[in-house]
Design a protein around this ligand. Structure first.
Ligand code: FES
Length: 573
């Protein structure tokens, strides 16, 4: 049997010092899986999948794999699926972000090491899509991102429920004594009722939209619900396109031809217009960083000032991903943003964004969900970066999900030095705290013991919650779930454990927040800060071995996407 070298299973032979033997041995072994000689002549489309019993969001993935395979086979190529690790957001300790880079390495190395001419990557839960995009960017073979899609909503006493903005809303009411234990137990079973990712514009949904805005997914595929038949059709179409790329029937665009400075800027616009997750700025920075494309927070602010929030979804608005899909989804949003976008960017289909939008012109839109650019929810973007003496390299505030009456404010610091300290004291009846204070959390950044958890949504102290306080200024070097809301300043950089100014904050200090001026300042004089600096001990944990050591030794700060220093930059493949 003749197999053309460097195509399909003949690509990237195992090194035995004898290429003929290596090919003969590979063919022998793959034939044990029942393949015929004819089908082994075909180009291969790899399918990177990540189902796991520890990942509810990927529950429907096996069905998606079958649909991708159907598309590949029908187009005349050979589909071969393979597993990578899976990151189920709520199952990982200390936090899923810590393992995003591990998954990206798994994807990159398995895509590069195994014989495939193109790859379809199937992800969904928060960190999986960024990990796959990072890995694909580094491996740099033709790649298509497919997402599992969002969950449908549930119902409780006539109210629609969706993970996980409503999880937090109900928990806050429970903490404030507004509902009983019996009801919170009942709600627990109604928040996440189908396969798929969180039902609101959280991190998973934001990253699905960003993947499409970058051009890495099929047009119109980001918002299709996980259980909708269109989701399977999108999977089949992804397989078909990947096969056509592998067969030379479609342009075999590599990630570095799709992810460009212009498409990254388009993705930033989309993030801001969605009122999307704060986590997405970290992930987009990491994906772009793999291709040497910088994402500056100063540029984020410039773009934010000229990008309206248009999508009325929780946690910024009122609706759910199934509504966004029914309203017209990403196509509707991109059409509204058209004057602000780079239209000459190209997607995996080979079509430019301008060509796509021209073809979709006139399609129906529900403007209650995707507002016209002329009548936005907010005239400026959902995220803003703050700089100042407390955050020399920046911090992020999701202003679209915050209380604007707290935007220009000076407050007294109520300090928590760690997550443990926070959980021990936040509900202490003796805690000296008022609604005008700023809750500040240290030691929750990328190199802290907790690995930058989604702990920036500090709970309102229970005595204030019970008195009706719904929001306070909260500041930390942590992240926040994309499904959360409040006046919450995140990603303070450099972080506490890296010796940033946050490490010098003391209980009772004063901080000034000005969203108008993009400022976050610690109001302590320089002499006092210098004195404190001499007494501050490093809180960076000592990690002796394993992946945790690799992470600790190489993870970058939030403004560099929390990637590993040795993974940034152009592909070595
Ligand atoms: Fe997986 Fe929310 S827990 S997307």
């Amino acid at each position: 049997m003749e197999i053309k070298e460097e195509v399909g299973v003949a690509r990237g032979l195992t090194n035995y010092g004898d290429r003929g033997f290596a090919l003969y041995l590979r063919r022998s072994f793959i034939k044990s899986m029942g393949y015929s000689g004819d089908i082994l002549k075909k180009p291969v489309v790899g399918i990177a999948s990540s189902p796991s019993g520890f990942n509810n969001c990927h529950r429907a993935m096996p069905e998606l794999v079958e649909a991708v395979k159907r598309g590949v086979l029908a187009a005349g190529a050979l589909p071969i699926d393979f597993p990578t690790i899976s990151l189920g957001e709520v199952f990982l300790n200390p936090t899923s972000l810590m393992f995003r880079n591990l998954m990206s390495m798994d994807v990159e190395e398995m895509v590069r090491a195994q014989p495939m001419d193109a790859v379809v990557m199937i992800g969904g839960c928060d960190k999986t899509v960024p990990a796959q995009l990072m890995g694909a960017a580094s491996a740099n073979i033709p790649a298509i991102q497919l997402v599992t899609g969002p969950m449908m909503t549930g119902r409780h006493k006539g109210q629609r429920l969706g993970a996980c903005t409503d999880c937090r809303g109900f928990w806050a009411r429970f903490r404030a004594g507004k509902i009983e234990r019996e009801e919170i137990d009942e709600v627990e079973g109604k928040l996440a009722t189908t396969a798929g990712t969180c039902a609101v514009m959280g991190t998973a949904s934001t990253m699905a939209c960003i993947a499409e805005a970058l051009g890495m997914s099929l047009p119109g595929s980001a918002a299709i619900p996980a259980v909708h038949a269109d989701r399977l059709r999108a999977a089949e179409a992804s397989g078909t396109l990947a096969a056509r790329m592998a067969l030379g029937q479609a342009r075999a665009l590599r990630p570095d031809e799709v992810i460009t400075p212009k498409s990254v800027e388009n993705a930033l616009r989309v993030l801001l217009a969605l009122g999307g997750s704060t986590n997405a700025i970290i992930h987009l920075t990491a994906v772009a960083g793999r291709l040497n494309i910088p994402v500056s927070l100063q540029r984020l602010n410039e773009i934010s000032d000229t990008t309206p929030v248009l999508v009325n979804l929780k946690p910024t608005g009122e609706n759910y991903m199934e509504d966004f899909f029914a309203a017209g989804g990403m196509s509707a949003l991109l059409r509204e943003l058209k004057p602000l976008l780079h239209l000459d960017t190209v997607s995996v289909t080979g079509e430019t964004l301008g060509e796509r939008l021209a073809a979709e012109a006139g399609e129906w839109v529900d403007h209650k969900i995707v507002r016209p650019a002329a009548d936005p929810i907010e005239p400026v973007g959902g995220l803003v970066a703050l700089f100042g003496s407390l955050a020399p390299r920046g911090a992020i505030l999701k202003r679209s999900a915050a209380d604007s009456t707290l935007f220009e404010k000076e407050g007294r610091v109520v300090l928590f030095t760690s997550l443990e300290d926070l959980s021990q004291r936040i509900d202490d009846p003796e805690l000296d705290v008022t609604a005008d204070d700023f809750l500040v959390l240290q030691n929750a950044g990328p190199t802290s013991r907790s690995g930058m958890p989604e702990a920036g949504y500090l709970p309102i102290p229970i005595k204030l919650a019970q008195a009706g306080v719904r929001d306070m200024v909260r500041i930390s070097d942590a992240r926040m779930s994309g499904t959360a809301f409040g006046t919450i300043v995140l990603h303070v950089t450099p972080e506490t454990a890296a010796g940033g100014p946050l490490a010098l904050v003391r209980n009772g200090d004063r901080i000034r927040l000005s969203v108008l001026n993009r400022r976050l300042d610690l109001l302590v004089d320089d002499a006092e800060l210098a004195r404190r600096k001499e007494t501050v001990l490093s809180s960076r944990p000592h990690v002796p071995r394993g992946y945790a050591k690799l992470y600790q030794d190489h993870v970058l700060q939030a403004d560099e996407g929390c990637d590993f220093d040795f993974l940034r930059g152009a592909s070595a493949g």
